[in-house]
Each structure stands twice: as structure tokens, then as C-alpha cells.
Ligand binder design. Structure first.
Ligand code: ZN
Ligand code: ZN
Length: 321
């Protein structure tokens, strides 16, 4: 049982999503920030206690804990509203123990209030996959009613697609795998083709979710003049040499996406509640975390895996959980 610091909430975990970053943390693809850290940064839980300064949430209230856990608030990036770029930032399930456990802690200033109309399992993947997908959508500067291409269609992309569609975009999905293409069409995409195919029309914006650098020139060539390609992943294989005339001229732009701000998270959760954004989920008991990670690695499911704490007692704040 962890002890919350003065500014932290002690949270009983109800559900915790399984994100690809957890795999990178647990298999050592990312440098170790804390020995034997408990992974998990898509946490839906119930407040059971709080430190003396963490009074913004009540005991019993349902809260979300996500990847971004701390920023300095003083550097140039924090002061201009880009806290996702803070060099002193810290992360849940990497710098501090996360949600693959019965109990965890979260600084109250970084905890999210959650929409009551979505149940805990469906909510969990929204807290990283959803928020990052939304940040990527913003970075892609999609114009009103614009044409959006999504390269790769896993946990993050299928949530991002729902937001874009709700805002009136026409969405083209480019991904391998018939199941993912079928899910894309079910959600309302105009077309779904193989990753290296050409979409049926030029794109105003594209987002690369697949961690495949070879797709960067492919996606840039699919853009119309002035189009923007945003790369959503924390990892990407090497990008091959670009041809200036075919892939960048006419003011095409190539952008990366780094983490998110708390404002991104709040905006996305409001949009998700308003537009009924839902994750396609596969539930595992908490004790099967290792299996869930291995299934993610092997691509054995579409959508997102979620660990469920079956020992969590129903109680106040468990609305819909
Ligand atoms: Zn800072
Ligand atoms: Zn994540």
C-alpha cells in the first residue's frame, strides 16, 4: 500500500489500460528511471485517501491518472503553455509506480475528473491512447471538414478517428490487417486500404501512428499542397531520405508529437463524453498483466487491452464501474 505525499491522492485502481509504452518500459527499450517500477499510466481509480494539500478531490470520487505526472511550472516551456516539453517532467509508470496494482498514487494537480457516462474499462484507454491521439490531431492542423489520413490503426488511431469524424472530417485509414480496416469502416472511415496504398483523394492532414519511418515519404506524397503530417509515436524507425520536390515542396509540413499537456487531456475527455467516443477493449484480470503485454506485442487483439482489478469493492464514486 503506497503512502500518498502531501500533494497526492491514494487511489484504488478499478481499471488500467495497457499501452505500448508499458512494453517499452518493462522490456528496457526506454532507460530505467526507477528500479522495478510498476507500469501503467491509463488508470481509472477511486480516491481512498489524500495528502493534506491534495484537497481538490473527495474520498470516493472516481479519478484518472495518466502519463504526465509532474512538470516544473517555471521553465520557458511551462510558462508559455507547452508543459509537454518541460525538461524536468516526470511520468506515471516510469518515474513513479503506476496502475498495474491494486493501489497507486497520483499528484492531485495531475489527476483528471472523469465523465460519469463512460464505464471504467472503456475509459482507461482514453487516458493515454485517446489523449495522445487528440494531441496528434491538433498537431496535424486539420481544417474544418478536412480530409484526414491515418497511417496505422491501433488503440490511439481508432479513438482519434472518432473525434475527427465527430468534427466533420473525412477519414481515410491506411493500415495493414483486414480486422483493423474493417473496424475503421465500421467507425465511419470513408476508405480503408493497405498502409503503402494511395488514399482515394489528396489529404489536408495525416497522422502517422505506425512506428515505421518508411511511411513518412509515403504519407508526405499523399498530402495536398500546404498539408501537414504529424508523427504520433514515441519511437520511429529511421526515416529514409526525402525528396524535396515530391515530399516537402508546396509548403508541406512534417511535425512530431511529444506527450501532452493537461489541457489536451481535459479537452479530449470533454469531447469523448460529448461525442460518445468509445475504446474497443479486451479485459484481463490484474494478475494477467504479463499476458496482456505479450498479446499486445504479438498483435493478438484490435483496440486496447485493459487490466481490471476484480478485488475493488463497489462503492461511492464507482458509478458505471
Ligand atoms: Zn517546466
Ligand atoms: Zn501510453
Amino acid at each position: 500500500m503506497p503512502t500518498p505525499a502531501r500533494d497526492e491522492l491514494l487511489v484504488e485502481v478499478l481499471a488500467c489500460g495497457v499501452c505500448r509504452t508499458d512494453l517499452h518500459v518493462s522490456e528496457g527499450d526506454l532507460p530505467v528511471h526507477r528500479e522495478h517500477v510498476v507500469p501503467g499510466h491509463e488508470v481509472v481509480g477511486r480516491v481512498v485517501a489524500h495528502g493534506e494539500d491534495a484537497t481538490t478531490f473527495r474520498v470516493g470520487e472516481r479519478v484518472g491518472a495518466a502519463w504526465l505526472r509532474h512538470t516544473c511550472g517555471e521553465c520557458a516551456f511551462c510558462r508559455r503553455g507547452d508543459e509537454n516539453l518541460c525538461p524536468r517532467s516526470r511520468y506515471t509508470g516510469w518515474d513513479a509506480d503506476g496502475g498495474y496494482a491494486q493501489y497507486t498514487t497520483v499528484p492531485a494537480a495531475y489527476a483528471y475528473r472523469l465523465p460519469t457516462e463512460i464505464d471504467s474499462v472503456a475509459l482507461a484507454p482514453l487516458l493515454c491512447a485517446g489523449i495522445i491521439g487528440y494531441r496528434a490531431l491538433r498537431r496535424a492542423s486539420l481544417p474544418e471538414g478536412g480530409r484526414l489520413g491515418l497511417y496505422g490503426f491501433g488503440g490511439s488511431a481508432h479513438l482519434c478517428a472518432q473525434v475527427a469524424l465527430a468534427q466533420g472530417a473525412r477519414v481515410h485509414v491506411l493500415t495493414r490487417g483486414e480486422a483493423a480496416q474493417r473496424l475503421a469502416l465500421q467507425l465511419g472511415a470513408t476508405s480503408a486500404r493497405e498502409a503503402y496504398d494511395t488514399p482515394p483523394e489528396l489529404l489536408d492532414s495525416a497522422i502517422l501512428f505506425a512506428p515505421v519511418g518508411d511511411l513518412v515519404p509515403v504519407a508526405l506524397r499523399a498530402l495536398d499542397r500546404g498539408g501537414v503530417l504529424a508523427i504520433a509515436g514515441i519511437h520511429l524507425t529511421d526515416i529514409p531520405a526525402l525528396n524535396y520536390e515530391r515530399e516537402l515542396f508546396y509548403e508541406k509540413q512534417l511535425r512530431s508529437v511529444t506527450s501532452n499537456t493537461r489541457q489536451d487531456g481535459q479537452e479530449f475527455l470533454e469531447l469523448a463524453a460529448r461525442h460518445g467516443v468509445r475504446a474497443t477493449t479486451h479485459a484481463y484480470p490484474l494478475g494477467a498483466a504479463q499476458q496482456a503485454l505479450q498479446d499486445l506485442k504479438a498483435g493478438r487483439f484490435d483496440g486496447a487491452a485493459v487490466l481490471v482489478n476484480e478485488d475493488a469493492a463497489p462503492g461511492p464514486g464507482a458509478t458505471g464501474a
